[in-house]
Design a protein around this ligand. Sequence first.
Ligand SMILES: Nc1ncnc2c1ncn2[C@@H]1O[C@H](COP(=O)(O)OP(=O)(O)OP(=O)(O)O)[C@@H](O)[C@H]1O
Length: 436
Amino acid sequence: MRRPGFRNVWADAPQAVGPDNFYDSTVEQYALQPLEVLSLRQMLEFGKDAIYDKAKVLKSARHAQRELPKRLARRLMDLQFLPHIFVKNPHIKRVYDAYLHAFDTLRSLPPACTPEDNARLTDILQRLVDEHAPMLDALASGLRESSSKPFVGPKLPNLDAFFDSMLRSRISRRVIAEQHIHLAQRRPGFIGVIATDFSLREAVDHAAQRTRQVCTETYGFSAEVVCTGNLRASIPYIPIHIDYMLFELLKNAMRAVVEAHRGRRGQPPPPVVVRICDAPSSVTLRISDQGGGIPEADIERVWSYGYTTADASLRSDSGGSGAQPASFGSTMTQLPRPLTSETAHQIRSIASGAQMVAPSAGASGPWRMGGLGFGLPLSRLYARYFGGDLQLVSMPGYGVDAFLTLQHLEGDWHEPLAEHQSAPFEPEPHTLNAYP
Ligand SMILES: Nc1ncnc2c1ncn2[C@@H]1O[C@H](COP(=O)(O)OP(=O)(O)OP(=O)(O)O)[C@@H](O)[C@H]1O
């Protein structure tokens, strides 16, 4: 019985349902299941004739249905283990709720057995991919808000390992979802979202053009980007991944150069030089700048999530001018769209989908010049995801060389492998396994 003026908090509390209930261990059960690891090579081999093979598409659908809930469950568990004060941050809570909703939605679907089941799953996957685009921003904002609190901030544990698994898993889930969404679409030069012959020079040119544009909007001038080396090199890769990494690295180099040369208006700033080095098993892009380098004492910290020396006015959410994608999500949302065989055109059209603005339009575009401190660690995750790497060599007082290495998968990826028809995504020794 309720007394007037007395609120029974227990009776009024919303009843937790589904796996959010404290006593429900559904999330844990899924998180404990082993993952089926996939590789770029396997995805290419499996997907190359999928447009003619409905059974393959359904197999891929069931793979996505099996894999995504397990991967979401692991991240939900990670979030549950974090300090209460961090998980209760509204941005982080938003991520938790979105993941829980996606987990519940996907695990409740019956296994895709017909083209209609697949069509419904594909719609749901596309919706989730779109809805989750701002989650990266939410994570960054949650980290920034929590760590800037005077009492709580210093007491928070180091969250780099948490962000690594969170974002690596996010990359893998988006690759699984988007590869399936685009698997049955005919696009010359593409297998799903993977460009089979992606020109690195065109990728550099495109990222350079965008970087110069945002730099000019922010600082009033920019440095030239010179591309040298093997200008014909190409690799099979997911264009959005390369574009993200190149844009982040060029942006860092450009900011350092322009800030170092700001006082010398009469003199043009030294160019940022990108050298493409093609080797049988990998391609390395060296991005060299003369922006003064990173002080020795800070060189390790640049890999920490949230570490930045950029002025807050450069940050995407500051309302100031500048250039990092307005949200990380905007990069992620726009770039996985289906592409055509002409890579430059593809990336350009994707970027225009992201409302890229002309320099004259002022600083209102969605790309910002930095300030969240996610660019380097996230680019390294992208590079490592398919077996590559990202390293920095800083020469304090002079500049930085960033070495971005990407694995070549050409050679035997045309070879039809019978075992992939029965177990398309099973781990295979000696392939470049994505991290689970
Ligand atoms: N080429 C470079 N020259 C000098 N300092 C650099 C260079 N690259 C990175 N840094 C330093 O590393 C820091 C972290 O870089 P990171 O790309 O992770 O984040 P950011 O550029 O500050 O912000 P955002 O993630 O929004 O792009 C930078 O703020 C800068 O201090």
